[in-house]
Design a binder for this molecule. Structure first.
Ligand code: CP3
Length: 345
């Protein structure tokens, strides 16, 4: 397994073809997932280790991808902070009691992630024992993206509350980010002990920041979040809208840096530096296009990677719920076939 195509690419070793997996590969676009979700709420599905392992494995096998990602959510780590996390149908996540004052930050208590999130590690163990043919990725949200949910209370367009808090209450901001970084560091270490063979850190919304603010308010905490696992398994550091901070993200940590579709892959890789691997970067909406357009877009990305070791094919962000499954499968086959042929000639 150490020699799987995915793990080799994370280490920038040569591979016979370009590995591919897809963020949110187990999700609502897939009929098998929707069938499981009919009988159970999203949070209960996450808490049921057997069902979560099953959903992870079903998606990975159906798609024939090169890595599986454990079925969970970045927001589970916020639940024991007692902020009223809920997932409402259609509207996504909601925090009923968001954190909007310095006093409130100081009521948040560090807790034992090994105890409270034990169902995630059990899902990892179950998945590993069954899914022996491909590596398993564990994951967590990065401190900034988690803080944005805590402060906004849900998704946001402009992150005004988050940024205002950061600017007005800098010491309390750093206390909040430190707390989150410690929780994430412990959570990731426990996932590796349970058997995760790579880790992805999702800083999905960090691209809303100026590069200066990223360096001042975020990067040091990201480094702490990754500190316990650096060098143990490959780490993928992912965000969207990050074209202007790719270099700073690389400095904060990660063996593989994620790029979204708003930048061409060769340009992104140059910014990151070719002494790191890269993951990306097809626009998820391309999967709604006719297959000849998907084929062209995928091959353009492969051409830009130019066969250089260290490219993991993925979307620039998660698969959208309405995506046609046969187009997802088409993409995976296309990447495998085109990259293998390219390497043979
Ligand atoms: O297959 C996988 O990629 C593993 C599972 C996974 C989920 N969430 C399951 C999920 C992963 C890796 C995540 C990460 C996650 N969760 C992120 C980072 C990735 C990204 O998209 O940027 C974020 C921001 C979240 C928070 C979150 N969870 C949102 C905004 C939503 C609602 C939007 C949506 O797509 O539904 C969720 C819910 C969620 N997480 C679902 C799934 C399969 C849908 C829940 C359902 O079944 O109704």
């Amino acid at each position: 397994m150490k020699d799987s195509v995915f793990l080799r690419a994370c280490r920038r070793e040569t591979t016979p073809y370009t590995p591919i997996w897809l963020m949110r590969q187990a999700g609502r676009y897939m009929p098998e997932y929707r069938a499981v979700r009919e009988g159970v709420s999203f949070l209960d599905l996450c808490r049921d280790s057997e069902k979560a392992a099953d959903v992870t494995i079903t998606a990975a096998r159906r798609l024939q991808v090169d890595a599986a990602i454990i079925f969970a959510d970045i927001l589970l780590i916020l639940e024991p902070l007692e902020v009223g996390l809920e997932f409402t149908r259609g509207d996504g996540p909601n925090i009923r009691e968001p954190v909007r004052s310095t006093e409130r930050v100081d009521t948040l208590r560090l807790y034992d992630v090994r105890d409270r999130l034990a169902f995630v590690y059990e899902a990892i163990r179950l998945t590993r024992s069954e899914l022996t043919e491909m590596p398993l990725i564990g994951f967590a949200g990065a401190p900034f993206t988690l803080a944005s949910y805590l402060i906004e209370g849900g998704g946001s367009r402009n992150y005004i509350l988050t940024k205002r808090f950061m600017y007005e209450h800098e010491p309390a901001w750093h206390r909040l980010m430190s707390l989150l970084a410690t929780l994430v560091a412990n959570y990731l270490a426990a996932q590796i002990e349970a058997g995760a063979q790579a880790i992805q850190l999702f800083d999905s919304w960090v691209g809303c920041l100026t590069p200066q603010d990223y360096v001042r308010y975020v990067a040091p905490h990201t480094t702490v979040a990754l500190s316990k696992i650096t060098g143990r398994v490959p780490v993928i550091h992912f965000g969207t809208g990050t074209s202007g901070i790719l270099r700073a993200m690389r400095e904060a940590g990660g063996d593989v840096i994620g790029a979204d579709w708003r930048i061409v892959l060769d340009d992104a890789w140059e910014r990151i530096g070719t002494d790191r691997a890269i993951q990306g970067n097809l626009d998820p909406v391309t999967l709604f296009a006719p297959t000849d357009v998907i084929d062209r877009a995928a091959k353009d990305i492969l051409r830009r990677a130019a066969g250089r070791p260290g490219h993991i094919f993925n979307l620039g962000h998660g698969i959208l719920p309405e995506t046609p499954v046969d187009h997802v499968k088409f993409l995976i086959d296309c990447v495998h076939e085109a990259s293998a042929a390219g390497r043979a000639t």
